[in-house]
Write a protein that binds this ligand. Sequence first.
Ligand SMILES: NC(=O)c1ccc[n+]([C@@H]2O[C@H](COP(=O)([O-])OP(=O)(O)OC[C@H]3O[C@@H](n4cnc5c(N)ncnc54)[C@H](OP(=O)(O)O)[C@@H]3O)[C@@H](O)[C@H]2O)c1
Length: 256
Amino acid sequence: MGAREFFDLGGRGALVTGSSRGIGRAIALGLAECGAAVAVHGTRPGGALDAALAEVRAHSPRGVAVTGDLGEIGVPARVVADAIGALGRLDILVLNASAQIRRPWDGVPREESELQMRVNFHAGLEMIQAAVPGMRAGKWGRILTVGSVQQRRPHPDMVVYAASKAAQENMVRNLAKQLGPEGITVNNLAPGVILTDRNTDALADGAYAARVRELIPLRAFGEAGDCAGAALLLCSDAGRYITGVDLFVDGGMGLP
Ligand SMILES: NC(=O)c1ccc[n+]([C@@H]2O[C@H](COP(=O)([O-])OP(=O)(O)OC[C@H]3O[C@@H](n4cnc5c(N)ncnc54)[C@H](OP(=O)(O)O)[C@@H]3O)[C@@H](O)[C@H]2O)c1
């Protein structure tokens, strides 16, 4: 197989959760550029989701949009069903959406804790449960979770978020062993500090931004597109012999 064929996703169907913006949008675009029919996803319909869909369709005309709050009971499986219904198949599932709440550990209320675990862990497991039967039938599947450098370096004010990402990575190693015999790979991509809407406010504080940059060996923040290349490797035939890995796209920030 040549280099171009390795990354050719023609005929594949993909769902990327949380792809109305940020890292998810960059991954969705990358998959579409490689020929996949992509379902973009956001909490609800809106301008950002429409724009992401238009971008994806410019490369792969069979793109669709699906919506739903992954923190709500029953919604994760329904979103997968909607994507399968609209695309006709689902070979690639990228679990990128997450809830992230900053608060000192001793004041985290139960509802915030549960919300983050629901969106970042429970929804992912439920979506995998809904997606695997189709992948199993085709003997080919790619499941990619988006974790965080916080799996290794938890932020003091994000105790639940960091733990949810560590739990997700543990699930990846567990399922990689169980689904490997069926031709399905399961991997995790752990971003460092990537310039997206979610950290615009925090990084607007120049002194804070400078302190964070000092923690990054490459001395720069990442861009959403930096995660897309790694995602393409893990979602294509180029990554067919890679499963259960935890790939850090973090400029070295997660190094011990
Ligand atoms: N940016 C970073 O520095 C960084 C670092 C480490 C890890 N990560 C991880 O990378 C992933 C993407 O982060 P990002 O910075 O690109 O995020 P972002 O720009 O804030 O976008 C978040 C996306 O997730 C969706 N979303 C949020 N809550 C949801 C819910 N309850 N149900 C369904 N969809 C929901 C949003 O949909 P709407 O547009 O509809 O709200 C949006 O599409 C996340 O898993 C995050 O934890 C990011």
